[in-house]
Design a protein around this ligand. Structure first.
Ligand code: TC6
Length: 305
C-alpha cells in the first residue's frame, strides 16, 4: 500500500491492512474500559496494540498504545499506529486525537531495540521506512494531536510526542523525556534533530542531543519540551482541555498554519527518504554500532528487578 507520504508498507500489513483492526466500523463493538458512560464516547475500535476510544460527539479520539511491557515501537506497533491514525484521519467525524499509553508508567520506551540488533539489512530497511512513515503521518497530520504523556518518554517515545501539536506530561520525577540516542551509541537523524530544534531551539537542542539528556518534568517544562506538567491523574483531562482550546480555532485556518510551520521540515525528509534509509541501514549494520546496542540492551535486561 502506498501511503499518503508515498511509502510502501510492510508486505504482511499490506495484504489486508484493515485486518489488523478488530472493528473497522466506528461506533460498534465493545464498551469502553473504565466504564466512562454511555453514548458514542463509550465505543471502541482498534487493533491488538492500539486501542482507539472515539468520541464522535466531541470529534476527538483517544488512541492508546498497548504493547506491554514498555510500548517499545516494534514494526507491528508502528504499522498499527499508522493504520489507526489514517483511519481516524479519513473519518471526517474527527478533528483531534489524543495519544497516550495503556501501559503503566511508560508512554513509550522508543524504538524496539530488538528490531535494531542482529537483523539483516532488508529488515532494517523495512523498519526504518515504518519509523519515517509514523513520523510523517503524525507530524503532517491535519488533525490536532495532543500527547498525554503518562509515563517515561525516551527516544522514540519523545519522537511521537514531538510530532504532536501539544504535550502534557505527568508530574512524576521518574517520567523522563528526551532524545537519549547518543547514550546508546547512535545518532538522531537530521529530521528529528530539526524537530527538536523547532521545539526547544538550537542551543538547547545542541546540548541535549550531544549529552543524550533525558529531562524530568520540571526541566522539560522549563526547556519547552512539554507545554504542561500536571498531576498524574489529571493528564488526560488536561489533554482534553488543551484539545478543546485547539479545536476552538477554525480547522482550515489552523491546518494551513500548521502546514506553513511544518512543511519545510517534513519536505527535507521527503526529498531524501531513500538516502536517509540507506544512511540508517549502513550505520546500524556496523559492527561497532551493533555491539553498543547489544551492550545497552543487556544492561536494560540486567537492570530489571
Ligand atoms: C535511531 C534514532 C531514533 C530513535 C532511537 C530509539 O528510540 S532507541 C530506544 C531508546 N530507548 C531507551 O533508551 C529506553 C530504554 N528503556 C528504559 O529506559 C526503561 O525500560 C523504561 C524507563 C522505559 C521503563 O522502565 P521499567 O523499569 O518500567 O521497565 P524495564 O527497564 O524493566 O524494561 C522492561 C522490559 O522491556 C525491555 N525494554 C525496555 N526498553 C526497550 C526497548 N527500547 N526496546 C526493546 N526492549 C526494551 C527491557 O529489556 C525489559 O525486558 P526483559 O528483561 O523483561 O526481557
Amino acid at each position: 500500500m502506498a501511503l499518503a507520504s508515498g511509502v510502501r508498507f510492510p508486505a504482511r500489513a499490506l495484504l489486508r491492512p484493515w485486518s489488523l483492526l478488530r472493528d473497522t466500523t466506528l461506533g460498534r463493538s465493545e464498551p469502553a474500559a473504565g466504564g466512562g458512560g454511555g453514548g458514542d464516547g463509550a465505543r471502541l475500535f482498534g487493533s491488538q496494540r492500539v486501542l482507539v476510544e472515539p468520541d464522535a460527539a466531541s470529534g476527538v479520539a483517544v488512541m492508546k498504545f498497548r504493547n506491554p511491557p514498555v510500548n517499545s515501537l516494534s514494526l507491528e506497533l508502528l504499522t498499527e499506529l499508522v493504520i489507526s491514525l489514517e483511519k481516524v484521519e479519513n473519518d471526517k467525524t474527527f478533528r483531534g486525537v489524543i495519544l497516550t499509553s495503556a501501559c503503566p508508567r511508560v508512554f513509550s520506551a522508543g524504538l524496539d531495540l530488538t528490531e535494531l540488533c542482529g537483523r539483516n539489512p532488508a529488515h532494517y530497511t523495512e523498519y526504518w521506512k515504518a519509523v519515517q512513515e509514523l513520523w510523517l503521518r503524525t507530524y503532517l497530520s491535519s488533525l490536532v494531536l495532543v500527547a498525554a504523556i503518562n509515563g517515561a518518554c525516551p527516544a522514540g517515545g519523545c519522537i511521537i510526542a514531538l510530532a504532536c501539536d501539544c504535550r502534557v506530561l505527568a508530574d512524576n520525577p521518574k517520567y523522563h523525556i528526551g532524545l537519549n540516542e547518543t547514550l546508546l551509541g547512535i545518532t538522531t537523524p537530521f529530521w528529528l534533530k530539526d524537530t527538536y530544534v523547532n521545539t526547544i531551539g538550537h542551543r538547547a537542542s545542541e546540548q541535549a542531543l550531544q549529552l543524550g539528556s533525558l529531562f524530568p518534568p520540571s526541566e522539560a517544562l522549563q526547556v519547552g519540551l512539554v507545554d504542561q506538567v500536571v498531576p498524574e491523574d489529571q493528564v488526560l483531562s488536561t489533554a482534553l482541555s488543551e484539545m478543546a482550546r485547539w479545536l476552538a480555532v477554525p480547522d482550515h485556518a489552523r491546518q494551513l498554519t500548521k502546514t506553513m510551520m511544518r512543511k519545510a521540515t517534513a519536505d527535507r525528509l521527503l526529498r531524501q527518504r531513500d538516502a536517509d534509509i540507506q544512511n540508517f541501514v549502513s550505520f546500524i549494520c556496523r559492527d561497532s554500532i551493533q555491539k553498543s546496542l547489544q551492550v545497552y540492551l543487556e544492561k536494560l535486561r540486567q537492570r530489571k528487578g
